[in-house]
Ligand binder design. Structure first.
Ligand code: ADP
Length: 454
């Protein structure tokens, strides 16, 4: 039935009535005895067929081809403009580009093409720059600019970072092992692709797991910055929210875009919210969620078999809740642990140095970094940052009265001196700010023992 619907869908573009009659006569299946159920979404049927084709042949099927001019046998006029290598999105500098790096001249030539007249007028009145890029290399099943695709493109454009996330390796304090493993798995294959062939072909899926606030997102952003990959940052909430029913389309469009912009990194944050063990949860699993998971697995399989430089970096705070089929596809699993004592010390001295000038106000500190690092065992990087912020806030709080009593209308700041932040102040803040994830550490270690893959 699915094939039948697909065939019907494809031929209905031109003279579908004649085609249906021919189909009925030639196949002898009695098309008239069937009708399409009203719960069938043709786009979904097409997507499933395309996914199947992609997994099997590593390419999407070609469903339409240009018809010959009646009488002449020649191909229709208006050939698409060729895109020379110098116009490719990843070519050198000096060329004006869209936000995602597409040559603006190439775009405008294409947009003038009669084939895209309707779409150009839509784009002129909208701000969906991602759709413009799809036109350079239109995707089968993604050519229509209907309301649904518009919404999907809007969601993805809101959730991806088109520009470099701007996190350098040296911005990440500690985590030396995790950095080394991530570099080995993703950075070097992009830098030295000739080395990573055959048995050394790059890993396509990486799981960064560990307590919240330990630098998993930073690691993913550093990969994108250092390798200049396109960074797609998809949080669970954007996938499962109100797009639940259509989330598999979102996943599909996301991977298409990633392949198009390769080398790319897809960062799936809070993976457990989208890929928890299937069938788990009260009252069974939502159909939309099951389909979305399947689409994610299909896309991961597609990546594993392809040569595309597209990497999935997934992060999870609760790895034990992850679906096993997904775990298998995340071949490298790296624990991003709580910071060590020396990392904690480095963090405090980075965020609260002896002299810190912000906005023209000087903040001085006299801190015994070693003692404080010892006291902060079990705190995550983000906990430590929070404590530093609170400690810095204390002397600022004390000058609010002076600022408030300052004469109205006088915009100049009164000359106030901030008190120095001392070790005792800092210890007091620690006493009132508890670590957020210390208690789970045993569980992470136990999971590591069982599922380690580095
Ligand atoms: P998660 O592991 O939950 O993805 P993030 O990478 O988002 O954590 O880190 C949250 C914040 O905590 C960062 O923006 C940064 O300020 C701070 N942080 C956590 N770990 C580190 C680290 N190793 N080096 C520097 N900053 C860190």
């Amino acid at each position: 039935m699915v094939d039948l619907v697909c065939v019907t869908f494809c031929v209905c573009v031109s003279s579908y009535v004649a085609a249906a009659v021919a189909l009925d006569q030639e196949t002898n299946v009695g098309v008239r005895r069937f009708e399409v159920c009203d719960n069938i979404d043709l786009e979904m049927v097409l997507m499933e067929y395309e996914s199947y084709h992609y997994v099997k042949f590593q390419k999407y099927p070609k469903l339409t081809r240009r018809a010959a001019e009646p009488g002449t046998g020649a191909a229709r006029s208006h050939p698409l403009p060729k895109i020379s290598p110098s116009q490719s999105p990843r070519s050198g500098n000096g060329v004006k580009r869209t936000a995602a790096g597409v040559n603006v001249n190439t775009m405008s030539t294409i947009m003038k093409h009669p084939k895209y007249a309707k779409i150009s007028s839509y784009l002129l009145t909208s701000n969906v720059c991602l759709l413009q890029e799809r036109l350079l290399k239109p995707l089968s099943g993604f050519s229509g600019v209907n309301g649904e695709m518009r919404d999907l493109a809007a969601i993805i454009s809101r959730d991806i970072y088109l520009h470099s996330p701007n996190v350098r390796w040296e911005d990440i304090i500690g985590l030396e092992d995790a950095k080394r493993l991530v570099k080995e798995a993703v950075v070097y294959p992009i830098k030295y692709p000739q080395l990573f062939t055959g048995i050394l072909s790059p890993w396509k899926g990486l799981l960064l797991y560990g307590p919240p606030g330990t630098g998993k997102t930073l690691l993913a952003k550093a990969v994108a910055t250092e390798c200049k990959t396109t960074f797609f940052n998809i949080s669970a909430s954007s996938i499962v929210s109100k797009w639940r029913g259509d989330s598999e389309k979102l996943v599909r469009v996301l991977f298409e875009l990633a392949r198009y912009h390769a080398p790319s990194t897809i960062f799936l944050d809070e993976l457990e919210s989208v890929m928890s063990q299937r069938g788990a949860g009260m009252g069974g699993e939502h159909e939309g969620s099951r389909r979305m998971k399947t689409e994610l697995l299909v896309q991961m399989d597609g990546l594993a078999r392809s040569e595309d430089l597209v990497f999935v970096l997934a992060a999870s705070n609760l790895p034990w809740e992850l679906d096993h089929a997904m775990l298998r596809r995340l071949e490298k699993r790296i624990l991003v642990s709580l910071p060590s004592s020396s990392a904690r010390q480095a963090m405090i001295s980075e965020w609260l140095p002896p002299l810190n000038s912000t906005g023209g106000v000087e903040l001085r500190t006299e801190l015994d970094y070693k003692t404080l690092a010892k006291e902060m065992e079990g705190y995550s990087g983000s906990d430590i940052r929070l404590v530093c912020k609170e400690a810095a806030m204390r002397p600022v709080r004390k000058i609010f009265d002076a600022l408030e009593s300052h004469q109205d209308g006088d915009t100049d700041m009164p000359a106030v001196q901030l008190e120095t932040v001392t070790t005792a102040d800092f210890l007091e803040v620690i006493a009132h700010t508890k670590p957020s994830a210390r208690s789970l550490m045993d569980r992470y270690m136990a999971w590591k023992r069982e599922y380690e893959s580095v």
